[in-house]
Design a protein around this ligand. Sequence first.
Ligand code: HEC
Ligand code: HEC
Length: 400
Amino acid sequence: MLGVFLSGLNLPAAYLPPSNSSRCTFGGTGWKLRKIRSFGVDPHGMKTTTKSRLSPYYCTVIAFFGIFFNVYSQAQQTSSLPENWPNWAYGYLEPLMEGGRIAPPCPIDAKPLDCAYRSPPATDDGLKFSLPGTSLSFTASEADYDYGPADWYPDDHPLMPAVVDQGRREEKIRACSLCHYPNGQGKMENGHVAGLPYSYILAQLEVFSKGDRRSADPRKANTNEMMMIAKSMSEEEKQIVARYFSSINFKPLVNVIETTKAPQVRMTMNGLMLPIEDMPFVPLGNRIIEVPTNPQRTAIMRDPRGMFTSYVPIGSLEKGKLLVETSNNKTIQCGICHGPDQTGLADIPSIAGRTASYTMRQLWDIKQGTRKSLIMVPIVTNLNADDMLSISAYLASLPP
Ligand code: HEC
Ligand code: HEC
């Protein structure tokens, strides 16, 4: 009873992995007292309680303290992230500092949209935009409509299932096509779902809905929303979308340039990086800067045929290739499972030609333990941030 009560109130922290929780045991049936933190994400496992079993008395005291603390302190406290944090992969140029802004609270009973960063609705000035290769035209707000965004190229994909096309408004599930596009090509700040194996899509919707795939970066609200979308979908809906996206071919998405300089960028609220016009390039340093090749088309018109340009450090492609192909005694050759061209094998997804930001986030999230993947954990154990950056750059450069 108390457990049920608590898990109802324990808000986002309910998604904490067991390693971040102290286990309280009452008469044989254990329930978890989650660590009391802002979004509940203690990504690098710092300050994690190590005591594995606490006395019932101690538990009760902390439990009630926990309720009040949790309810009143959501999203207020943040600790800074370690220095080697790949901020660029999560759509940030700056590290998260103590007290910095993190994603809105995403309680376990939230509707998906409640977990998102919200901006004021776009004002529609009636100006219609067009794109090459289509006779359709849309205003910026039509292109960006949560429950039925523009479908510029209806011939590029099969007929969209309702949830892909429009989402489900009463449940605050925004259309899959808003973030992943009708053709599933997706963007750097979300994911590329076209051509993924049917069973893999289902498996990921399952891990999202169980809270076993979260972002290690407490700022990343759209992963929370994705988690809640998966949680709100019916089994039938999941099968329909898995069939839909798996039936579409994933097309080239990224141009990779090895360089020492990259454009200056600004970020949209959800982590899409956009180059700042007419500004000189700046030293790239040890990060990847990924921007839409045609920023206006991607940011405003949401062009599903839009590509990305990834500026990657000199030498990263060669280093990445070495790790991917030979493992360099640090990991396992990726091709054994992901196929000789890294384009997937049976139920194992393709990792070729996807944005470097996406790949880096996955490897990093798996390493931090917020994306649970038993099979991938040993692959990343001995890889550091630099290795992962190189792997992500190299994989982005491969044909899909
Ligand atoms: C608000 C934006 C948003 C919407 C709407 C959305 N997603 Fe996502 N989705 C994401 C984000 C963000 C990720 C990747 C998170 C990360 O970085 O791990 C993702 C990842 C995924 C993945 C995992 C891809 C992979 O390669 O592992 C699948 C599958 C997926 N989404 C399916 C869907 C379906 C189906 C819908 C509609 C019912 C949907 N998404 C709606 C944002 C969204
Ligand atoms: C032993 C098999 C195996 C090996 C070796 C392997 N992977 Fe994976 N990988 C998987 C499986 C299976 C998944 C699907 C996730 C899951 O089931 O948890 C996956 C998922 C991924 C994902 C997430 C894909 C997505 O759509 O989100 C990335 C990125 C990835 N692997 C990269 C790599 C890289 C890079 C290497 C080599 C350094 C590698 N993998 C080696 C089995 C493997």
